[in-house]
Design a binder for this molecule. Sequence first.
Ligand code: MD6
Ligand code: FE
Length: 216
Amino acid sequence: MDDLFDFINNGETWVESISDDAVVLRQFLSNRSAELSATIKDIEQQAPFRHMKTAGGFTMSAAITGCGDYGWISDRRGYRYSKVDPITEQPWPEMPKLLFDIGQQCALEAGYKDFKPDACLINRYAPKSKMSLHQDKDEKDFTAPIVSVSLGVPATFLFGGAQRSDKTIKVPVSHGDVVVWGGESRLFFHGVSPIKPSYHPFWGDNRINITFRTAG
Ligand code: MD6
Ligand code: FE
């Protein structure tokens, strides 16, 4: 089924600019579901998806896991990166070469040379899950971009400016699209609107988002 879906895309990819130094690489990863799902299954066996708490006491609706030297965590003490998974009390799973290479290649396509992601967050959104407007500012190196891969059901990615109050644009992201932001837009506010119930032939009713960062 996934082969059929991906075949319709016929290998067509294109690049859209959405803001200062921010692009969407359309359909870049639409043919990679089988290998990516096997890789994610392997990671979640070592570091399960979990719903983290925020400092304000809310539970995040997206389920999160990760791999690489650093994992992003949130709890009553706030957001930060940790070398240890607080659930297993072990280091996060190593970042598979497949993921590292995908992160690096997507950055290169967007004009960022030598991107070396050391943190890979994997978010799973069930229908109605969302991600509130936020900045990714816990990383040490803001010269490195953020690479954000969308798989499964479509979503609306909200992309704003340097201030929370700046106007946001709605960027539809569908299976295989990759958003890359850096440079001028590296600290821009962004989020994800509640996922509308829909169905993807490979991923069912889930949206998966994989983000690559240089955290340490
Ligand atoms: C997305 N995710 O799911 C965007 N940022 O399309 C994020 O912006 C994000 O999922 C920081 C931490 C976790 C995330
Ligand atoms: Fe983010």
